[in-house]
Design a binder for this molecule. Structure first.
Ligand code: WTA
Length: 654
């Protein structure tokens, strides 16, 4: 981004305050939120220290709060000791032993529930199995599993003995798995024969074998859960079935106290370039914020049924499936499969049958399900829902309104939560009983999170229209601690830009006159058209606001006159048009965007496709779209694409 301003021309004026009934029952009411903000402003460290004392059961209490002596490698509560699994499980046994911790549903319809007592026992047995196979405190364990309770059991078991887990999303290829195992220097791999996804069996053990066949010498043991009955070649002396590993193991396993800063997990995430980074998180600071944000953002009450649809392969599945809600004593739903099996009503059917009260998903899923029409959710009783959440990308106002009306029946506040793998927990979000929401805005930072929007020089942007870099100005407890094995890259990527003073998130945003934050996309997704900066998301939102459009992705490409032109990939509600029909719709949509945003935002090129190229986590692969928009040859690895066949359409060749 140059010092030219990012201009925001998205215009969304609707405001949705929470209902009186919601506010009356909310954990945090306006006065509570005000008190928290005031406390954090008056004594930042004291604020976090108080919460850490109240919310965490310490084996050894801390006396130091924030250690900035080696900044930006900050340490929190560093002389305290604790065990994360003890905090998530044992701490709930006194009052909630018989309460359901996990409600699980497989893609094929099989169901299972685990109470807190049962989950604690299973975690202890598996932790004992880990120890029996030589895993000790500080060892790395890679988890490559379907979305089944055993994935959470494996994570919690690692935490129980202080082993560092690194979950690799089950949709990643053998190559990606191998790279992560090698980078982490993992001693053990935990996987399954296979999992169910999209009506098919994903053969995880076969992929694991492929990964292990080349390198990965550090792996001594592979534990294999039988899930899909698809067979697995078991290698003598290395591979052990899960059921054999836990057979005869005791349900008692004393939690090992670790230092507050002991790494709880690594989670690999892609940067804009280069190999994936192993984001390293701490034990105490991470746990504290995962628990607090579960309570604050999702207004968790004891009778809630909380469903975060994220896979445990992503940070959302760590903080809001495996750790935060359990630390808060909640009942969580886990679903193994795709949202469209057997049809586009699956999510709503799960909500109805399990009485889900809080539902947290990604805009890409909302848009995909929107495509099936309003009749589908109308077939289900969604009256148990009381709060909806969104995460992962900006939610366009059209999807927001659909979510609010068709799923939430106008009754449920929507929390649009902005955060990152690196931040560990939600940073910017409405508080559901406090913040009037505006569709498309993630509103304001949580108490104790010092977010700002700054210009190239690191100064706060002046006017509401002016966009800039999202930065976090003070260290926070759940921040990443480093990039595993590459502290230089940690400093370079997140801190150098502003002289190690501020954490730079890599996103751009602006504030409106009410102080509401509007995310404008990644910094590298900002377009410069005729000297005007435009967030790609704003053009996308405009396109998606058109009746015929379901999804759109916009990238820049070099343009002789304008500097950068706008290239839009568009997925329509119905059939993909060709020939004259395509031409006429292109003209219509260009005019439409011109009207919605301004003539400057009119796409130069529109290409229609049946789908967009997405990673298996649902993120649109923009780099690929940029390559295609420039008419260049694709050289990057496309093996992680959910739908590789789409490439020819995008190139205009099919
Ligand atoms: C984007 C997912 C707008 C953002 C928790 C961020 C969002 C990246 C939102 C992190 C949101 C996430 N509105 N953009 N509510 N939430 N993002 O690491 O660009 O998978 O930097 O973490 O997703 O993605 P990650």
């Amino acid at each position: 981004m140059s010092d030219k301003k990012i201009e925001s021309i998205l215009n969304e004026n609707r405001v949705f305050p929470p209902s009186d009934a919601f506010v009356a029952a909310a954990r945090l009411k306006p006065a509570d939120a005000e008190a928290l903000y005031a406390e954090a402003a008056a004594d930042y460290e004291g604020f976090w220290a108080r919460l850490a004392r109240e919310e965490i059961a310490w084996a050894t209490p801390f006396t130091e709060v924030l250690d900035a002596s080696n900044a930006p490698n900050y340490r929190w509560f560093a002389d305290g000791r604790l065990n994360v699994s003890y905090n998530c499980l044992d701490m709930n046994l006194a009052e909630r032993a018989g309460k359901t911790a996990i409600i699980f549903e497989g893609e094929g319809g099989d169901q299972r529930t685990l109470t807190y007592r049962e989950l604690t026992d299973e975690v202890a047995r598996f932790a004992n199995a880990l120890k029996a196979h030589g895993v000790a405190t500080g060892d790395r364990v890679v988890i490559y599993m379907p979305m089944v309770p055993e994935a959470v059991i494996a994570m919690q078991a690692c935490a129980r003995i202080g082993a560092i887990h690194s979950v690799v999303f089950g949709g990643f290829s053998a190559n990606s798995l191998r790279d992560r195992i090698i980078d982490a220097g993992a001693k053990m791999l935990i996987t399954a024969d296979g999992g169910h996804r999209g009506g098919r069996v994903v053969a995880l053990k076969a992929a694991a074998d492929e990964a292990l066949a080349a390198g990965c010498e550090t792996i001594e043991t592979v534990i294999v859960l039988k899930r899909a009955d698809c067979g697995a070649a078991m290698q003598d002396g290395r591979d052990v079935w899960w059921s054999d590993a836990v057979a005869g193991q005791s349900t008692t396993c004393d939690p090992v106290p670790v230092d507050a800063e002991h790494p709880l997990f690594l989670l690999y995430t892609s940067g804009s370039t280069g190999k994936p980074k192993g984001i390293q998180h701490s034990s105490a600071g991470y746990l504290l914020a995962a628990k607090l944000t579960s309570q604050w953002t999702f207004d968790l009450h004891d009778d809630d049924v909380f469903w975060c649809t994220a896979d445990v392969g992503w940070v959302t599945g760590h903080s809001y499936v495996a750790y935060g809600p359990l630390a808060a004593g909640a009942t969580v739903v886990m679903y193994e499969g795709a949202p469209t099996v057997p049809d586009g009503g699956r999510f709503w059917s799960i909500c109805e049958r399990h009485g889900v009260t809080i539902f947290y998903t990604a805009p890409t899923a909302i848009r995909a399900l929107m495509k099936f029409g309003d009749d589908v959710p109308a077939q289900y009783d969604l009256s148990s829902l009381r709060l909806l959440g969104s995460v992962g990308e900006p939610i366009n106002p059209e999807a927001w309104i659909w979510y609010h009306e068709v799923i939430g029946h106008g009754r449920c506040p929507i929390v649009d939560t902005w955060w990152q793998t690196e931040t560990g927990s939600i940073m910017i979000t409405p508080l559901p009983g406090v913040t009037p929401t505006k569709p498309g805005s993630c509103t304001k930072a949580l108490p104790g999170i010092d977010v700002d929007i700054v210009d190239e020089a690191g100064n706060p942007v002046g006017s509401p229209e002016e966009g800039g870099y999202i930065v976090i100005k003070r260290p926070w407890p759940s921040m990443l601690r480093t990039i595993w094995g590459d502290n230089d890259r940690y400093i370079e990527t997140y801190w150098q830009k502003f002289d190690n003073r501020y954490y730079m998130a890599g996103d751009s945003a602006h504030r409106d006159a009410d102080g509401y934050i509007w995310m404008m996309g990644r910094i590298d997704d900002v377009l410069n058209v005729s000297g005007h900066r435009l967030g790609t998301m704003e053009v996308e939102s405009a396109l998606v606001a058109h009746d015929s459009v379901v999804e759109a992705a916009v990238v820049g490409f070099p343009h002789d006159i304008k500097g950068e032109g706008i290239f839009a990939y568009v997925v329509l509600r119905g059939e993909r048009p060709t020939g004259d029909a395509a031409e006429s719709l292109t003209a219509t949509l260009r005019d439409w965007v011109g009207k919605q945003v301004g003539a400057i935002a009119k796409p130069d090129e529109i290409r229609f496709a049946d789908n967009l190229p997405k990673t298996r986590s649902g993120k649109i692969m923009r780099r690929l779209l940029r390559v295609i928009a420039r008419g260049e040859e694709i050289t990057q690895d496309t093996s992680t694409l959910e739908n590789e066949a789409i490439l020819d359409q995008l190139r205009g060749k099919a």
